[in-house]
Design a protein around this ligand. Structure first.
Ligand code: GLC
Length: 736
């Protein structure tokens, strides 16, 4: 409807109808049989609140959403909006975002998210509670799975691409609304512990943690979700500085702001307010428009209005944002927004979508080690030994609407490549050995009992392992974390492979056959103690619906791996948080004049990551030469050009991700030794040489000074270009 009519609708609403729009409830409240007894009583809200609520959490499917919408519209003039956690795919599941980040291919990822929008819309979803764009530098935190990694610039490229993908051609019949999360700095929880506190300077917040959210706002995200954590002692959910001053005023975001799950009521648990009424007032004053799954807005907004603690204009403002979004997506004309069984049949899990998921997984896998054993010839006798050999659990914890039944396992993909007598497989062990491993991970006893092997099965496995090791020419070991060991509430203090899998690797190593490790995980794992004992390591993340095919594409050489880490792999968990764009300190080991002891390092491990940010191997080998800056000085408001020659020294065509880093060598607030400022994915045929050019302009040199002003200071800048954040050619220039 036109906005004039929409304004009239808003004016015609009762206060209860308006407040209803500001409440989101989860699916069980709409199950007409059970709602009034269980969930409603537990949450402590009235059945009228259910009738008047504005949006639904995590219900999908054309039939289900249409049924709920029909029931709702019998009692309400305003259609429900359906929102779901659609973080890296809907029915077709892509690699986890940590893998998407490793593609360094935002254009491809934008297509993935457009496909996801089409699938989700066909199934009655109007809003994706995604992308998650939190910067993460501590792999202990389980939600690193949902992040594209440790770098502000790279994360910003993906944040924009994902929002534009989800909201492609956004109108009454295209795209779905993005709801970027979790604003802000949730990825910096202390010690990588879930739901923990966040504390940092405003400079670090603005320079490292806010850029990806700003990129999402600039890309036009329709919604933003706030974070659970405190920021410098003030919970984000009630943080007026962050939400009103920065997000609304400074950035001009006027879209819908939704709290995270029950976070409004958690303001009491934080010790920020004493009652639900104060919690409602605090979140409301911080301009949160929708209260997700807490009783605060439902029970307290009307009394707050009647007592004059909140103003009706603010209620109208919040309600207007929601009505406007519903109107922009055409819900008043079509409350189902095109959802139907036919739409699902034509959109879900199509061959074209599977093909794109496979291409994405091809690009997301990162080859971390290869002594030349890869790619494998299909003439080899291959033993698959590891708990992920024939597992379809390759989609990770947050693939809420995906189905493991649709997943191509590694074994089935290998079977397509190898003649049948050339492949034999056994799990060798379960993913986790003891049921105690599972406690606290939210699994039922039944669920994890199914995952454990009996003593007899273990005995049988040992026999099978020895038999296969004797038979095989080469052993491929798909190992990794259990799905429940990462994702939300998946923080771990130890991020090595599960012990029984490490024992399996040592057992197999005794047979002196080449070993290729395939690591399935939702985070960078500590591989330090095993990397020496294997010939190759392929980091596959949770690679998604087409994961098995992608892994086989790379292992047998049909795809030349191009993935590059968007987050470094630590040597030890004790190094965390760890990131490449660190400060020099006064005693950097490589530049300090002090004896080696008295420099900034640990005494018990080598300095730096095991595999650095930007790192990844290919079957081709590219050399970098001749880094040239076209001027030694950059004048104010000018730009300079920097070029580098790259050459593919092999017969294998490939994609090289050329990375440009800059260092502000001296500044009033010291700056990182390197910061990624640009990159280019370059196709190189066999033995092809190319000259790659980057422009460097003043905006790339700016930082936040001690007054939090964004600006550039004159002085020396180093330029680094290379295949990753460590092996770079170097030059420099003066900014005058
Ligand atoms: C969860 C997550 C958030 C998700 C929401 C709804 O607790 O923090 O990412 O979108 O609740 O499921």
């Amino acid at each position: 409807m036109d906005e004039k009519k929409l304004h009239e609708l808003l004016k015609s609403l009762t206060i209860k109808e308006k407040i209803g729009q500001l409440i989101q409830l989860s699916g069980e409240f709409f199950d007409v049989k059970t709602a009034t007894t269980g969930p409603q009583k537990k949450l402590g809200i009235s059945s009228e609140t259910i009738d008047l609520c504005g949006s639904v959490l995590n219900v999908s499917g054309a039939n289900k959403t249409r049924e709920i919408q029909d029931n709702h519209l019998k009692k309400n003039r305003i259609p429900l909006m359906f929102m779901s956690d659609i973080v890296y795919g809907f029915k077709t599941i892509y690699p986890i975002p940590l893998g998407l980040g490793a593609t360094w291919d935002p254009d491809l990822i934008k297509k993935d998210y457009s496909n996801t929008a089409d699938e989700a819309r066909a199934s009655g979803n109007h809003v994706a509670l995604a992308p998650m764009v939190d910067l993460v530098r501590d792999a202990r935190w389980g939600r690193v799975l949902e992040s594209t990694g440790e770098d502000p610039y790279l994360n910003s490229q993906f944040a924009g691409a994902m929002v534009k993908g989800l909201q492609h051609d956004f109108d009454k019949t295209h795209g779905i609304a993005a709801c970027v999360k979790h604003f802000a700095a949730y990825g910096a929880v202390e010690s990588g512990k879930e739901y923990n506190s966040v504390d940092m300077s405003e400079q670090k917040l603005r320079q490292d943690y806010l850029p990806s959210y700003k990129a999402a706002v600039d890309a036009g995200t329709k919604m933003i979700m706030t974070a659970f954590n405190t920021l410098n002692g003030v919970p984000v959910t009630g943080n007026q500085w962050l939400l009103k001053d920065i997000l609304r005023k400074e950035w001009g975001f006027d879209g819908v702001l939704i709290s995270d799950y029950a976070a409004v009521s958690e303001l009491v648990n934080h010790g920020f307010v004493a009652t639900n009424r104060e919690a409602a007032e605090s979140a409301f004053d911080a301009t949160i428009d929708i209260d997700m799954k807490s009783p605060c807005y439902a029970n307290e907004l009307q009394p707050l209005l009647e007592s004059g603690r909140i103003q009706s204009e603010r209620v109208d403002e919040a309600c207007w944002r929601i009505l406007k979004l519903k109107n922009d997506m055409g819900l008043f004309e079509d409350p189902y927004r095109g959802a139907s069984n036919d739409a699902e049949k034509s959109q879900l899990l199509t061959p074209a979508k599977r093909a794109l998921a496979r291409k994405t997984a091809d690009e997301a896998c990162v080859l971390l080690k290869n002594d030349g054993i890869l790619p494998l010839s299909t003439e080899k006798k291959v033993a698959l030994i590891g708990p992920y050999s024939d597992s379809q659990e390759l989609i990770g914890l947050w693939a809420v609407h995906g189905d493991v039944k649709d997943v191509v396992s590694i074994q089935s993909a290998f079977t397509e490549k190898l003649r049948d007598n050339n492949l034999r497989a056994t799990p060798g062990t379960s993913i986790l050995e003891e049921d105690s491993d599972y406690h606290g991970m939210g699994l039922t006893t039944e669920q994890f009992k199914n995952s454990l092997l009996s003593a007899a099965e273990k005995q049988e496995n040992n026999h099978e392992v020895s038999t296969l090791c004797k038979w095989a020419d080469v052993i491929v070991m798909p190992v990794g974390e259990h799905t429940v060991q990462s994702g939300e509430a998946g923080s771990r203090s130890n991020i090595e492979l599960p012990q029984e899998q490490i024992k399996l690797i040592h057992r197999v190593a005794k047979f002196k056959k080449p070993i290729i490790l395939i690591t399935i995980s939702g985070r960078p794992l500590v591989l330090t103690d095993i990397e020496n004992g294997v010939n190759a390591i392929l980091q596959a993340w949770f690679p998604g619906t087409e994961g098995g095919h992608a892994i086989a594409d790379i292992i047998f050489g049909e795809v030349n791996p191009s993935g590059r880490l968007s987050m470094g792999f630590p040597r030890a968990v004790g190094q965390l948080p760890q990131y490449y764009s660190h400060l020099s300190t006064g005693r950097a080991p490589e530049t300090s004049g002090h004896s080696s002891r008295y420099t900034s390092k640990y005494n018990d491990i080598k300095e730096g990551p095991l595999y650095p940010f930007g790192f990844g191997l290919s079957y081709s080998h590219v050399e970098y030469h001749n880094l040239v800056v076209n001027s030694n000085t950059m004048m104010k408001d000018e730009q300079i050009k920097v070029t580098v020659d790259i050459e593919n020294k092999s017969d294998i065509p490939g994609i090289e991700t050329v990375q440009l880093y800059i260092q502000d060598v001296f500044a009033s607030v010291v700056q990182p030794t390197k910061e990624l400022k640009s990159f280019k994915r370059v196709v190189l045929t066999a033995h092809e040489q190319k000259k790659i050019e980057f422009s460097i302009f003043p905006e790339m040199l700016k930082f936040y000074n001690s007054n939090c002003q964004w600006g550039v200071e004159p002085g020396k800048f180093n330029v680094y270009i290379g295949p990753n954040s460590e092996d770079c050619l170097k030059s420099s220039f003066e900014y005058v």
